[in-house]
Design a protein around this ligand. Structure first.
Ligand SMILES: [Zn+2]
Length: 152
């Protein structure tokens, strides 16, 4: 059995420290990519890191303060889907904020002669109102129909 002496242990620790610093530098210089991505870049020959074997990168885990801060920002619980605050969504009254999407022109007319349809979606609870129309230019009339239907 081989005996590990103190100087070997010190050298191994120094090497590990150097490798950790090298991974951190590489991570920052490659735009804060994960060690897994760095392995791919290394495989593709885009980066040279002969002092960092792939198995070392694979098992390497460190907490980059920049990455932590940016991922925390993304997961803010007060924000929903498109960034509109949930609390504000609750404060909205019915049909106060609306999304509109118009589809068409459909080459085949509907039975009632329409080529387009517009969908109004209520931001508060997602209720939808669909209004069909035959021309794109009729959109102002569609708005008036929508206002009449919601009774504002
Ligand atoms: Zn980072």
């Amino acid at each position: 059995m081989e005996k590990i002496n103190n100087s070997d242990l010190i050298n191994a620790t120094r090497l590990l420290k150097r490798q950790i610093e090298a991974v951190k530098r590489l991570h920052e210089s490659c735009g804060h990519r994960s060690p897994k991505r760095l392995i791919n870049l290394k495989r593709l020959g885009r980066i040279k890191a002969s002092n960092l074997p792939s198995h070392f990168l694979k098992e390497f885990k460190f907490e980059c303060p920049v990455c932590l801060a940016s991922s925390r920002k993304r997961k803010t619980p007060s924000r929903c889907g498109n960034g509109y605050r949930r609390e504000k969504k609750k404060e909205l009254s019915k049909w106060e904020m609306v999304y509109l999407d118009t589809s068409g022109k459909f080459s085949i007319r509907s039975a009632r002669g329409f080529h387009y349809y517009s969908v109004f979606v209520d931001r508060k609870d997602g209720e939808k109102i669909v209004i069909c129309h035959s021309k794109k230019a009729h959109l102002p009339v569609v708005f008036l129909q929508f206002v009449r239907r919601v009774g504002v």
